[in-house]
Design a protein around this ligand. Structure first.
Ligand SMILES: [Zn+2]
Length: 201
C-alpha cells in the first residue's frame, strides 16, 4: 500500500482487494471511484452492504436466503410442495430458477459432505431435510447436487437415509458434464437435466 494515500483510502483499497476477482489495480480504481462519487452514490453502496448483512437470513423451511422467516418460493401457493429439489448452495437455486422449468420447492444443504475438508453430514441441513420429508406429504425428492465426487457422495448418503422414509428419489439427468457444477451450467443443459431426471438406483 502506498504512503501517498491517506489512511482511509488505503483501507478502502485493501477492502476492495479482498473481493474475489479484484486485483490490486482494480481495487485502486474502485476506491478512487468511490472517493470521487457523489455522497448519495457512495452511501448507497455502504447501505446496500449493511442491509445485506443485517436483513438476509435463512428461510426456516428450505434454508435458502430470505429477508422474511419464510422465503418467497416457500410462500408461493403455486409451487408444488410435494416436490423438493435438494441443492448444495443458494446460487444453485438461482441457476435452476432461471430455466423457468421448476414448479417445485427447494432444500438448501449448505454444501456437500467432505470429510477431508472437515465437513460432516451434521454440518449440513440433512437432518432437517429428512424431518421435512417425514412431516409433510412429499411425493418426490429431486437430488440436484453438483455432478462431481463430493456431490454424488452427498446424494448417496441422503438417499440412504430417505429410503427408510419411503419417498421417490430422483436426480437430475446426467446431461450435466461430470465434474461440472449446477451454478455454471447453461439454461438449456439444466432444463434437459430437469426434464430427463431419473430414478436413483
Ligand atoms: Zn424457503
Amino acid at each position: 500500500m502506498s504512503g501517498a494515500y491517506t489512511e482511509s483510502l488505503n483501507r478502502l483499497i485493501e477492502e476492495f482487494g479482498k473481493l474475489p476477482g479484484i486485483g490490486a489495480k482494480t481495487a485502486e480504481r474502485l476506491a478512487f471511484h468511490v472517493l470521487k462519487a457523489q455522497p448519495d452514490e457512495a452511501m448507497g453502496l455502504a447501505r446496500a452492504i449493511t442491509d445485506v448483512k443485517n436483513n438476509i437470513k435463512r428461510c426456516e423451511i428450505c434454508y435458502n436466503y430470505s429477508e422474511q422467516a419464510t422465503c418467497q418460493i416457500c410462500s408461493d401457493s403455486r409451487r408444488d410442495k410435494s416436490l423438493i429439489c435438494v441443492v448444495e448452495q443458494p446460487k444453485d437455486v438461482i441457476s435452476l430458477e432461471k430455466t423457468g422449468a421448476c414448479k417445485w420447492v427447494y432444500h438448501v444443504l449448505g454444501g456437500h459432505i467432505a470429510p477431508l475438508e472437515g465437513i460432516e453430514p451434521g454440518d449440513l441441513t440433512i437432518d432437517q431435510l429428512v424431518e421435512r420429508v417425514r412431516a409433510a406429504d412429499v411425493r418426490e425428492v429431486i437430488m440436484a447436487t453438483n455432478p462431481n465426487m463430493a456431490g454424488d457422495g452427498t446424494t448417496l448418503y441422503i438417499s440412504s437415509l430417505l429410503r427408510n422414509v419411503g419417498v421417490r428419489i430422483t436426480r437430475l439427468a446426467r446431461g450435466l458434464p461430470t465434474g461440472s457444477s449446477i451454478e455454471y451450467a447453461s439454461g438449456k443443459i439444466l432444463t434437459d437435466a430437469i426434464m430427463g431426471r431419473q430414478e436413483l438406483e
